[in-house]
Design a protein around this ligand. Sequence first.
Ligand SMILES: NC(=O)c1ncn([C@@H]2O[C@H](COP(=O)(O)O)[C@@H](O)[C@H]2O)c1NC=O
Length: 529
Amino acid sequence: MVRVKRALISVSDKTGIVDFARDLVALGVEVLSTGGTCRTINEAGVPVTEISSYTGFPEMLSGRVKTLHPKVHGGLLGLRDDPEHRAAMEQHGIENIDLLVVNLYPFEKTVARPGVSRAEAVEQIDIGGPAMLRSAAKNHRSVGVVTAPEDYPRVLAALREQDRELPPSLLRELAVAAFQRTARYDAAIAEWLFAQELADGATQERFPRGFTLAGTRAQTLRYGENPHQEAALYRFATPGAHSLTSAQVLNGKALSYNNYVDLDAALRLASDFEAPFACVVKHNNPCGAASAATLGEAIAQAWAGDPVSAFGSVLAFNRSVDLPTAKFLTADRRFVEAIVAPGFDEDAFEHLTTVPKWGKNVRLLTVGEVGPKSGAYLAGELKPISGGFLVQDADQSREQREQCEVVTRAEPTSEQLDGLVFANLVAKHVKSNAIVIAKGTRVLGVGAGQMSRIDSVQLAIAKAGDQVQGAVLASDAFFPFPDGPETAMDAGITAILQPGGSVKDKAVIDACDERGVPMVFTGARHFRH
Ligand SMILES: NC(=O)c1ncn([C@@H]2O[C@H](COP(=O)(O)O)[C@@H](O)[C@H]2O)c1NC=O
């Protein structure tokens, strides 16, 4: 047990600090504090002592040196039961500091601000705060360390309950939180400084020598991918305004692990389109997607892509959900798990949240902006593997008509080309081997996740059914043999897109030329493993 007689408070985020200090003082704790924090608390009429009057040293160098003093670090680090430590502390007038309350300069928030200068960012690198947190957390057998305003009530409750004493279990828990905080803080600084080096062209190394993944737990989830797996959601310090972890959840039951996985897939897909767009995602793959003049038409066409699979899906839109879209969704016993969109029109929201069976259940999320410029997927992608992880850039290639090189004698019509470009962008978001069949800008059939490309072709044809006649087809990677295109053309496909690049390209092109079917190469593969 640690009896708290003296506390040191030094906080940038002053939320709740006056009340906390008042309660500590009322419990008989002597409170020391740094310049701005001390002023804030004193001005509220709570008597606390400036740290400089304890150290006998002024705060200096524009605040770069305030608490970096042996009387502070000795008071935090000294072993209470070690006679040598006690003697040294006595000799130098070092008093025990039993409770440290610190939150750090807002470096992460500062660098998230557009246009922040290097000098501004560097000045927001807190040195004294992390140093104290580390000292206190190292000596957690004798010192309590509080890093977040949300912990003030628990600490106070513990102090009140046990005559100003903090139990070892709480001390240990707070120490873990303190080291986690300094680790996240340092990771953010290293990441930002490295990004500056890259931006300035000062380094050719695309990936840093050390990679620290830092996040704050946003939520523990009911379970993971399966009920016997535990799971939690973590948020980056600067997740981006339009990212999934920044989304506002406006309605519905708690989101599950699989909901997040599917919403992410849906949001990524919707982010690749500029015209009104809707997609229907099931098990991380789109089973329907369409672009149309209105969102209502887009969802109707997307749903029609595979109405059976659409039951219990998640949806993403790149426009605010309007009433016709909402009414389409709630008609004919349709049911979805979750919807993410830039917003919900008031009447659409009202409709979705009051209609029977949907009401309280459907999860509605807004992300502010969905589209190629939202910046939600600019960052890299991570994949854990046994003993480590892989890092890569996000796939930001979005081929348009200009990137389509016609390689056959026959040329696609303008309408076919629109369909091919659309199907290719959808295929980018389908698990490989990916084949997407489309007519105009709507998906008719998807072949996903097959180990051979020909199987994906057959699957997509089967899904498209009778509508395959006159439709177009896109493949996420080259056709290794003519069999894929031949099967597609046999079924009625009238134009084909693929990246090209196979040693058998000529045979594949010849097969198309034999039937007068146009084929275009994009040069960009879109594997998604
Ligand atoms: N330099 C130091 O010795 C130092 N000691 C504490 N700080 C930070 O100063 C902030 C509080 O400052 P103030 O009480 O003046 O508003 C806290 O975020 C704390 O982490 C310091 N500032 C930066 O390193």
